[in-house]
Design a protein around this ligand. Structure first.
Ligand code: HEC
Length: 450
């Protein structure tokens, strides 16, 4: 086997004209190797054990880790001739003989013709015609500015800005990475931004002044928190570009989230002191929970099946975190944030919320929470909510986000006009990125870049 492999590799490496794109392989090619086709075993099932080898999937996982994807890329790129799909073993081995495929593949023929969309994706990778599909990005919205900074988390450099949205509030990336949605406080619109040009392509009128927003799992709907009295959650059909429903709630809504399983939207009211849970199948309120303070940021702890186990919330005037059990709608835990001995408390411009920012690491093991009083982020273990570490980050730390690779935490430091980067493993500050005026809300995801 090893000898046969070596024979293949030598002539193929001689071809260097086209550069094979790793990101495109990870996001577009690997799903083909994982996919179940009717009447066929999956590529991964055999190639986990065979040649060319694929990395073994971690138990229970539906995809590979970043490190494994890199290894897969390094191995499988040796089975294509860059620029030449018609003589690349990866494209010819599983292709029907009559369509020009090899005369035998022990794994069978998965594509009847070169017109098969999967074959076309592989050809795009090999020819480099869609070299870089998507890349991870962090978006930092500047609450007192008129722009949003686009950060590449691989380099922690600003690689673009979205201009001309005066007082942008929340930002989110569509699941396919093609669009960025921004709530525009000055014009009371949902602004739809094209990811490649970073230009606003459409503004959808809202029922009142917005705060934050969230996108549905299928990417078709955006939920917008309407903070202006009487308060509402606007439902935007982003395919049609239309505001299709305004869900009535008690009190202006500050933040809205979609649960990780996509089944519910959670909307928190500050004046109403109420958490509203909306069923996304019907876009009606399923249940509410009265709180003693206004509901601020939230984070979601999931069950093994992906359903919501707990909602962690922050409340107005409370320097801590509150865990709400999703099944019983009851508060189950409350943990005060620590007070560093001898440190003076920041009291200026706290805006009623001493602790305003939450994020859960991608492995689900750590909950981060910010302290505006003491300028730190605190790490708590999950599910037991034990304090692990306090990391000083700067002035007025607000929103938090963790990009898809899970490596770093991005902290909007509103008082420093900077986004501070904390390594999730070492829990040390590893970077500080200058952004715009008073950065608060941020978000991350895979963004289409060409
Ligand atoms: C039933 C198991 C099985 C499945 C499913 C399978 N393969 Fe294979 N594959 C093999 C075996 C065994 C070999 C080595 C013998 C051969 O060349 O046919 C092989 C060889 C290959 C090679 C190496 C060709 C070369 O030049 O040495 C490539 C590339 C390949 N498979 C790609 C795929 C892709 C892509 C899929 C899914 C679309 C797939 N295989 C599905 C078993 C499988």
């Amino acid at each position: 086997m090893r000898f046969a492999l070596a024979l293949f590799i030598t002539p193929l490496l001689a071809q260097q004209a086209t550069v094979l794109d790793y990101t495109f392989f990870r996001d577009q090619v690997q799903p083909i190797l994982l996919k179940k086709r009717v009447g066929h075993a999956r590529c991964v099932t055999c190639h986990e054990h065979g040649v060319p080898p694929l990395e073994p999937l971690p138990p229970g996982a539906s995809g590979w880790t970043e490190a494994q994807s890199r290894k897969n890329f390094d191995m499988w790129k040796q089975f294509v001739r860059p620029g030449q799909p018609d003589s690349s073993p990866l494209l010819l081995h599983p292709l029907a003989i009559k369509a020009g495929g090899d005369h035998f593949h022990a794994g069978g023929k998965h594509w009847a013709s070169k017109d098969d969309p999967e074959w076309q994706v592989l050809a795009q990778w090999v020819t480099g015609t869609r070299s870089s599909g998507t890349e991870a990005r962090v978006l930092q919205s500047n609450a007192a500015g008129d722009d949003i900074h686009v950060i590449n988390p691989a380099t922690n450099k600003v690689v673009g800005t979205i201009e001309g949205i005066e007082v942008p509030h929340g930002v989110v990336i569509s699941p396919d990475g093609a669009h960025i949605y921004v709530t525009n406080e000055s014009r009371r619109t949902l602004d739809i931004v094209d990811s490649v040009s970073l230009k606003v392509t459409k503004q959808v009128p809202l029922s009142g002044r917005p705060n934050n927003l969230a996108v549905s799992k299928d990417g078709k709907t955006v939920y917008v928190a309407i903070v202006e009295a009487p308060g509402a959650v606007d439902v935007i059909d982003v395919v049609a570009g239309a505001n299709v429903k305004s869900i009535a709630v008690k009190g202006g809504i500050h933040n809205v989230y979609v649960t990780p399983d996509g089944r519910f939207a959670a909307a928190g009211s500050i004046p109403g002191k109420l958490l509203n849970i909306i069923d996304t199948a019907t876009n009606t309120v399923a249940w509410t929970l009265a709180t003693e303070g206004g509901v601020r940021p939230m984070a979601f702890v999931t069950n093994p099946d992906g359903g919501t186990k707990q909602i962690i919330i922050q409340l107005s005037e409370y320097h801590g975190i509150v865990a709400i059990d999703f099944a019983t709608h009851k508060e189950v835990r409350r943990v005060d944030l620590p007070i560093p001995p001898g440190q003076e408390k920041e009291t200026m411009g706290i805006q009623g919320s001493p602790s305003h920012g939450l994020a859960i690491t991608n492995d689900g093991k750590i909950l981060w929470a910010t302290s505006k009083w003491y300028g730190y982020v605190a790490a708590f273990s999950l599910p037991d909510l034990k304090l692990v570490k306090v990391v000083p980050v700067g002035s007025h730390p607000e929103w938090l986000t963790i990009p898809p690779d899970g490596k770093n935490l991005y902290v909007a430091c509103a008082g420093d006009d900077a986004t501070v980067v904390v390594d999730n493993k070492t829990m040390r500050v590893v970077g500080k990125i200058a952004v715009g005026a008073v950065p608060k809300r941020n978000a991350s995801g895979m963004l289409r870049i060409n």
